[in-house]
Design a protein around this ligand. Structure first.
Ligand code: CU
Length: 229
């Protein structure tokens, strides 16, 4: 994408200022997508007794498989516009804190992710994926940060072999993406105008997609209702 833009800019400079203006206007003329994801079913939260590293992990692990907030909003769903190549965002970060992956779901463009260990105990990053190579690395307490590559679009499951209950997800998505908040809402900014495919993915409830028309400078609302499996 960067190469294409550079080539475009070079051509614009050669052929004149008029085309340059068109190129810049096109890059900035995006709209906003506000997605609302709902789920009519019950929340699914599992609780487990913990008897290891309890000073850091606490005595109970809460595994949030389906988190439903106010107005049936579904949290932790990834909303993406795979065809919308936006500006590269800051590097994705996932932390191991209180023997949980925080956030539970992180969305990133293909590239690097920073994996933190702020617990001061041994963790072990173990990912399950098919398109990307699996990561299986100990992260001792002195290793506060590791950087890993996830370069292929995929929903990658993250676990820890030291603490069997630890579960997280990294959504590697080629375009713009965001994770729904406690109310089931996610916003995508600077989405190129025109038809865009919007996808929703949830670790337990699967995928849905829909096409929307994005208008420059406007907010396009789209709502999804996930079905139970
Ligand atoms: Cu761990």
């Amino acid at each position: 994408m960067r190469r294409a833009l550079t080539a475009g800019a070079a051509i614009a400079l050669i052929t004149g200022a008029a085309m340059w203006c068109v190129t810049v206007a096109g890059a900035q003329g995006g709209g906003t997508i506000e997605a609302e994801v709902k789920y009519n079913g019950a929340a699914q939260v599992e609780k487990l007794k913990v008897n290891k590293d309890t000073e850091k992990c606490g005595s109970e692990a809460v595994i949030e498989k389906v988190v439903v907030g106010g107005n049936k909003g579904l949290a932790n769903a990834v909303v993406s516009a795979p065809g919308a190549k936006g500006a590269t965002k800051a590097k994705a970060v996932i932390d191991q804190h209180g023997c949980k992956f925080v956030p539970h779901v992180v969305a990133m463009q293909p590239g690097e992710i920073e994996i933190k260990n702020s617990d001061d105990i041994l963790h072990n990053i173990h990912t399950y994926s098919t398109a990307n190579a699996s990561i299986n690395k100990a992260q001792p307490k002195f290793k506060k940060t590791m950087t890993e590559k996830l370069e292929k679009p995929e929903f990658v499951k993250v676990t820890c072999d030291v603490h069997s209950w630890m579960l997280g997800w990294v959504a590697v998505v080629p375009g713009l993406a965001a994770v729904t908040d406690a109310n089931g809402v996610a916003k995508l900014e600077n989405v190129p105008a025109g038809k865009q495919k919007i996808e929703v993915w949830h670790e337990t409830l699967g995928k849905q997609e829909r096409e929307v028309e994005v208008k420059a400078g406007q907010v396009t609302k789209v709502s999804f209702e996930m079905k139970g499996k």
